[in-house]
Design a protein around this ligand. Sequence first.
Ligand SMILES: C[S@@+](CC[C@H](N)C(=O)[O-])C[C@H]1O[C@@H](n2cnc3c(N)ncnc32)[C@H](O)[C@@H]1O
Length: 278
Amino acid sequence: MQQANIPLPYFDILLEQLSLGDAAVQQAFGRHVHWGYWPNWNQADGSIGDFASAAEILCQRVYKAAGVREGDILLDTGCGFGGTIASLNEQFQNLEMTGLNIDPRQLARAKEKVKPLANNKIAFVEGDACKMPFPDNSMDVVLAVECIFHFPSRAAFFQEARRVLRPGGRLGVCDFVPASIFRLFQKLLAKMDISMITSTYGRVDSYFTVSDYQKLAKETGFNVTSIEDITSNTLPTYPVVRQIFDHAGNSDAVKATAAVEMLAKLGLLRYVIFSFTV
Ligand SMILES: C[S@@+](CC[C@H](N)C(=O)[O-])C[C@H]1O[C@@H](n2cnc3c(N)ncnc32)[C@H](O)[C@@H]1O
């Protein structure tokens, strides 16, 4: 099997299970590889089908925050298996969409699964979201759905997004963001062994707060349009992800997910949707 250009152990697990025809992984993560959004978290029923519907809602909330409209030229960075582009393809007409991903294995699946509908155009391109292979002023919308924490630098990503966006362009991002109180615990957390988390989720940088985002937006020429904390709406994700990794026989991934879940339930790690305009 081809390798990712960066270590992404959870994608190694998912791709392995998908190649074995695992129906549960196919339903949970065959399209979207991100957390779910439940309007009322206490209405989640814990099933994989319910999770898949919630994951669909989450990507819609991000692209609605970015104000996608008919005729847009749109770039979805860190596009996974192309699930957000698949959703946009079903909801809109006359979109020109490009999915960018550093992992050719995911792009191969995206190309196989996502075919243009309704006069839309779709391309999937291999590359780094911090060195976008696109000209200046070439996009109306840039999205980063649950992937920015993997990128080499949020600052480089914002500079690139600013460069490729046209005047009036829009950026939608969702990310795991530490609560401001997190800083108080930072010394304690620095002592925690996070190798368990990185051995499942790869390189993650979740030390970027809401105020860090506001500052970065200002420095890179964006206005902040909206900031929505949806932490409680995402919490039912964790038991489902633990169940999937358990089913795949990976107890380290179950423990890593439980550790992130604990931080989210304590309110230390927030889940936030941001939108920005040029
Ligand atoms: C949690 S997945 C999210 C996938 C997709 N956005 C979704 O919501 O289904 C994170 C994604 O970021 C991609 N990624 C990580 N680093 C990247 C980089 N430097 N440039 C582009 N994509 C990257 C991974 O390959 C993976 O597809």
